[in-house]
Design a protein around this ligand. Structure first.
Ligand code: RI2
Ligand code: CYT
Length: 512
């Protein structure tokens, strides 16, 4: 069938066709067509959406990338045929049936994802099938290699290239903003690529974006890192492991992070930047991604195994994840807290201790500190102001304002203080409940949205005292977050008296 092209300003590949043409071609919403431009002989497969009102029969609205790929403009004629689905569909189906994918099959799926030959529905099916049926260690290795192979790799002048990554899952985990400058201040090369929030209310890329741009090409990452020793950028913009962000986009609304896809997501980003020495932070807690020490050790073994298969020296730090790191959750609040520590604040303890512990392991692995002394070296790089100075260089090279101070970073103007319902002790902070409330308040998209934990586990509070504060950038989102907070009750205060059972109730019980 011949159709007249209308270029439509939608990024990516795809097209709308009229329902009548769809009927004649025998295709439904989400089916594939092959579009051929006879003038150039170029053709490409696309996934179609069907409309009855956006165009007239005999025309096709083609998205920007498809037009550019084929050299098409408004008014050109194209030939349109039904197309067979790519073979990766069969392999996704295999994973749905709990089959084990070969390296070639995984590479085909990832390549089709990156080339936009798979629709969002089909990528979602792959992520869901992997989530339900799991990926074994060979499939994880294949996925890691495929993610690297379908993107760009970077080589740096400085060696060794070191890196850190957290698997996430614990809110307030802003340690990268401290670890990277500490490590770069020690003279090491640390090209840190982070994702945005996956299960949380602010990923490191969302945080760093408060201070400087985070979208860079692989070449820019290399140039900036060679210049100042480190960067903190968004992996999704670099074309390093581009499949990673496609998977994360599917995971985000469900707050899921399948184990094998998580390992591949992290390790592909490390491998693509040529990291030689890597520390993986695995927070453990009942409301994080990893619930027990035993599970953490098993996960650590898998990270180490994938690292050794890819030629990277990997150590894992199993860290406390029962409650948030520091007190702040959400981009602006977290950045202000991290900056205040770099500026010399001596609290929050959990943030400082975790950052120097993780940085210390890297310093020891890279030979910048004797075994057992890394933490102290990290602490002194923080205390001397060397890390702050390095962070300012990193902010500057990424195009931010290097003289920014923690007091410049303001949380959302709409705030609600949540009072303790009784006098007693804070006995738990539920990570996933806090994240849900912070997300409803607008985080991570609204940088000022989030939660400040006024009281942490073990703190004694009096009835009516503020236990946490919700911040938002609009009254409407604040109200919605408050409603959710009342339902989820993410911070639990208990008095020493847990319950009072009156004498007559016992007698009533006995009579039952
Ligand atoms: O949203 P959740 O799943 O909690 O965690 C995701 C965060 O964890 C990792 O942190 P880092 O880059 O090592 O600092 C990722 O890059 C991302 O920023
Ligand atoms: N799945 C992931 C977890 C944490 N960080 C990542 O980059 N990816």
């Amino acid at each position: 069938m011949q159709l007249l092209v209308q270029r439509v300003d939608i990024a990516g590949r795809g097209a709308f066709i009229h329902e009548e043409d769809a009927r004649r071609l025998g295709v439904f919403d989400g089916d594939r067509l092959r579009v051929l431009y006879p003038e150039t002989g170029k053709s490409t497969p696309i996934v179609v959406d069907i409309t009855t009102s956006l165009l007239t029969p005999g025309t096709i609205s083609l998205y920007n990338v498809t037009c550019t790929d084929l050299g098409l403009g408004d008014g050109d004629m194209v030939e349109v045929h039904t197309a067979i689905p790519p073979s990766s569909i069969r392999f996704i189906r295999k994973k749905m049936d709990n089959g084990r994918l070969t390296a070639e099959e995984v590479l085909t799926i990832v390549r089709d994802m990156v080339n936009e030959a798979l629709s969002l529905n089909e990528i979602t099916a792959f992520v869901t099938a992997s989530y339900i049926n799991g990926l074994d260690i060979d499939e994880v290795e294949s996925l890691t290699r495929a993610m690297v192979e379908t993107g760009e790799k970077i080589e740096f002048a400085g060696h060794p290239v070191v890196d850190k990554h957290s698997i996430g899952g614990v809110p307030g985990n802003k340690i990268t903003l401290l670890v990277v400058p500490i490590i770069a201040a020690a003279g090491l090369t640390i090209p840190k690529t982070s994702s945005r929030a996956i299960t949380g209310a602010g990923g490191t890329a969302d945080l760093m974006e408060v201070l400087a741009p985070v979208n860079f090409t692989a070449e820019e990452v290399q140039m900036m890192t060679d210049r100042v020793g480190g960067v903190i950028v968004w992996g999704g913009s670099t074309n390093i492991a581009p499949a990673d962000d496609l998977i994360i986009r599917v995971e985000y609304p469900f707050k899921i992070d399948e184990r094998g896809q998580m390992i591949a997501s992290v390790m592909a980003k490390k491998f693509a930047v040529g990291a030689e020495i890597v520390v993986i932070d695995i927070p453990v807690g009942p409301t994080t991604k990893v619930h027990t020490m035993q599970d953490a050790r098993r996960l650590a073994q898998d990270f180490i195994e994938i690292g050794s298969r890819l030629g990277m020296q990997v150590e894992c730090a199993v860290t406390y994840g029962d409650s948030p790191v520091g007190r702040a959750i959400g981009p602006n609040l977290e950045v202000a807290e991290a900056l205040s520590v770099l500026e010399g604040a001596e609290t929050p303890n959990s943030l400082i201790e975790k950052s120097v512990a993780v940085a210390g392991i890297l310093l020891e692995m890279a030979g910048k500190a004797q075994r057992g002394e890394g933490e102290e070296v990290a602490r002194s790089l923080l205390a001397s102001g060397a890390a702050l100075e390095k962070f300012r260089e990193i902010i500057a090279i990424q195009g931010g304002k290097p003289d920014v101070r923690s007091s410049d970073i303001i949380p959302g103007a709409y705030q609600a203080e949540i009072p303790a319902p009784v006098s007693g002790y804070v006995v738990s902070l539920n990570n996933s409940g806090l994240v849900t409330v912070a997300r409803i308040a607008g985080a991570p998209h609204d940088k000022g949205a989030g939660i400040y934990c006024n009281a942490k586990i073990g703190t004694q509070v009096r009835k009516g005292e503020t236990i946490y504060t919700i911040y938002a950038e609009s009254q409407e989102l604040l109200n919605r977050a408050l409603e959710e907070a009342r339902r989820l009750y993410p911070v639990v205060v208990e008095g020493m008296l847990l319950d009072r059972i009156p004498q007559d109730s016992i007698e009533l019980d006995r009579m039952d």
